[in-house]
Each structure stands twice: as structure tokens, then as C-alpha cells.
Ligand binder design. Structure first.
Ligand SMILES: [Zn+2]
Length: 371
């Protein structure tokens, strides 16, 4: 099935872009327009590697495809450098929401780490306020162009620093003003969620939802700590949960699999997996299974009944969109409209929203896919 130049694929006569979608794992500093980086850099006299937006988009894609995690991570130095002022944060957040709306996303959660945006004098609180202003401006702009979208903040702490309790307090402080959840990000290997037990205890005591990056750069031990120490309600990627599955035999359409206790828990308790197909390939998260989309354990997890959701992780680095990620999966695994709808319904059910708001979201999706 052909995917057009915008990453869209025709699915049973429908454009994937036109279908209502939910985006749960989408980094703010990973989704900045190249043209905006160039303009914001100019305003603060910062050198950029390319001064033409298309060339800069290529630069991001090349670094991210290089197979070197170090090269990949340097791209974030550039995006975060232009997001150190109120103006920069607000603009990036506004455009982030507009870009999601243009891609057919009706509900999104944007994650970012306020502690990484204080280099030019903003306080944590001012940084969160700047992003919230941008989100609301983006929602209004989308509405004016006839698109309804709602976006919540996932306030993120860095796992290699020691500010997680302070960031958890910040998140809870913003809970009725735009923050919907908490996350930890950054180097997973060597920095278990248990290291941030104080923060997670605080969040649990305040009944504040957490998702935790786990099962991407590290394996089962990290996922176990995310669930036990982090009380994670969702797993950021979580793709390496497949390491706890033993495929005993596989013939025709029948796959016989032995579950480890951890995989059984994640599947049976319906703990959503925030899978990000292109990113998982680029970061080597799925290298145990192979190097192409067809090798991704996404389909195995889906067929076994895990709550799989489809995400972008970093749109600028992977030069992608939610539409494109779904198109790549449809292409690799011959998914139907019903499958793509199931992924959206999983994501809607996993959203950090009140139950009546999730039901509303589920209705919007069901209507959109039925029409
Ligand atoms: Zn991520």
C-alpha cells in the first residue's frame, strides 16, 4: 500500500490524516518546526547547523538515522536552546498544538522537562506557564480553523538529575491548570525509577497519574521498577516487555507464547504501552527483534491482547507524524480500519482524563471512524 509524500496512506478509501487520533507520547522539544528553530535562534544570536528549513529538517533526520545515540541526542541541544525564553516556549507549544490538530489529533499529551528550560532565567513555574499559554493559543487557533483539539501537559523530571521531587510538586501544583500527568525521561540504563521513589511516593499520595519511560533503552528490570516504584499507569514505550514473552511455536496464524509474570501483569491489567515505531527502530530499542518495521514486536503484542497505542516520540527527529506512524504499521502488518481504530480507542482509554472525558473522546473516535 503506497504512503504518499506527507506520510499518509489510503485505508479502505479513507485518509488516515482525516481520522480522529490520540497522541500520548509526544515530546515538546522533539516536535519543533525547523523554520521556527531558525527564527528563534536568530533572535537570540545562536548559531544553527543549517539556515534553510528544509536543510535543517534533513540535518535532524540524518543525525537521528545515524545509528549513534550520541548524535541523536545532540539534536535536542539545539531544540532546547531556542526554548529558554517565555516567547520561545509559548511559540513552540502553540505550533506544536496546531501541527497536531492539522494531523487529525483530537486529544494530545505533550511531555517536556521544565528543569531543562531555565538557562535564561525563567523559574520552573514561569516555564510551565509559558507552555500552558502556548497550548491554549494553539487550541484556540485550531478551533478557528475548524478543528477541535485538547492538549494536556505531562510534566517530566530528568532521571539523571536530582530534582524529581520538586518537579513532582510542580506537576501537582499545576493539576487543575493544564498538567495531567508526570513522567521521567533521559538515560534509562543505570537510572531506575526506584532512584526517584520520593517523587513517586509524593505523586501517589496526591493521586496524580504517572507514566514512566521504561523498556526502551533498558529491559525488564526497568519496567518492573516503573510499575512497582513508579506506580506507572502507562509505560513510555515499554516495548521490551516482549523480552518476557517466549514464542514457543508459530505456525500459520497460530502463535504459542509463554508469558513471564511481568508480561502477564502488563497484559492482564491492560497497562497501556506507548509504542513509537520509528523511534523504537532508530534508538535500537527493538534490536533484539531486528532492524525493519516488519520486525517490530508491535504486532505480536497487539495479537496477544496488550493495550498497544501508537505514538511519535519525536516528530522533528524522526521526521514523522502520527499519521505517518500509523501508515507505516498498516504497510508492515496489513492492518485494517478496525485495527487503527482499536489503537485510537486504546489511547483514548489510557488518556489521563476523567472517565466522562475519556468516554466523550471514545465517542468522537467511534463517530469519526464510522463516517
Ligand atoms: Zn520518549
Amino acid at each position: 500500500m503506497p504512503i504518499d509524500q506527507h506520510g499518509d496512506a489510503d485505508l479502505e478509501g479513507l485518509s488516515i490524516r482525516g481520522l480522529p487520533k490520540v497522541s500520548l507520547h509526544d515530546h515538546l522539544d522533539g516536535g519543533v518546526r525547523p523554520s521556527t528553530i531558525i527564527e528563534l535562534a536568530d533572535a537570540i544570536d545562536l548559531d544553527v547547523p543549517e539556515t534553510d528549513p528544509d536543510d535543517l529538517a534533513d540535518w535532524f533526520a540524518d543525525k537521528s538515522d545515524s545509528g549513534s545515540l550520541v548524535e541523536y541526542l545532540t539534536t535536542f541541544d539545539l531544540t532546547t536552546a531556542v526554548m529558554q525564553t517565555r516567547e520561545g516556549l509559548t511559540r513552540v507549544a502553540r505550533e506544536f498544538v496546531e501541527d497536531l490538530a492539522a494531523d487529525g489529533v483530537v486529544y494530545g499529551e505533550v511531555r517536556w522537562a521544565p528543569e531543562q528550560h531555565l538557562a535564561r532565567g525563567l523559574s520552573l513555574d514561569e516555564a510551565v506557564a509559558a507552555v500552558q499559554d502556548g497550548i491554549e493559543e494553539g487550541e484556540d487557533a485550531a478551533e478557528r480553523s475548524g478543528r477541535d483539539i485538547r492538549v494536556g501537559q505531562l510534566i517530566t523530571a530528568m532521571r539523571h538529575t536530582d530534582r524529581s521531587l520538586e518537579i513532582a510538586e510542580l506537576a501537582v501544583d499545576w493539576r487543575s491548570r493544564g498538567a495531567v500527568g508526570f513522567d521521567i525521561a533521559g538515560p534509562e540504563e543505570g537510572f531506575l525509577p526506584s532512584r526517584h521513589r520520593d517523587a513517586f511516593d509524593y505523586l501517589a499520595a496526591h493521586f496524580f497519574p504517572t507514566t514512566v519511560h521504561a523498556g526502551e533503552a533498558a529491559g525488564l528490570e526497568s519496567i518492573r521498577s516503573a510499575l512497582i516504584d513508579g506506580r506507572a499507569l502507562r509505560l513510555g514505550h515499554g516495548v521490551r516487555i516482549a523480552e518476557d514473552l517466549e514464542v514457543v511455536s508459530s505456525e500459520a496464524d497460530e502463535v504459542y507464547v509463554k508469558f513471564g509474570d511481568l508480561a502477564r501483569w502488563v497484559r492482564d491489567r491492560e497497562i497501556p504501552l506507548e509504542l513509537s515505531p520509528s523511534s523504537n527502530l532508530q534508538t535500537g530499542a527493538i534490536q533484539k527483534w531486528g532492524t525493519t518495521m516488519e520486525d517490530h514486536p508491535f504486532d505480536l503484542l497487539y495479537q496477544l491482547g496488550f493495550s498497544v497505542t501508537v505514538n511519535v516520540d519525536n516528530r522533528t527527529m524522526s521526521r514523522t507524524s502520527l499519521t505517518r506512524e500509523l501508515s507505516l504499521l498498516v504497510d508492515a502488518f496489513e492492518y485494517t480500519l478496525d485495527d487503527v481504530e482499536a489503537f485510537q480507542l486504546n489511547a483514548a482509554a489510557a488518556a489521563f482524563l476523567a472517565v466522562e472525558e475519556r468516554e466523550e473522546l471514545i465517542e468522537i473516535i467511534a463517530e469519526g471512524f464510522a463516517s
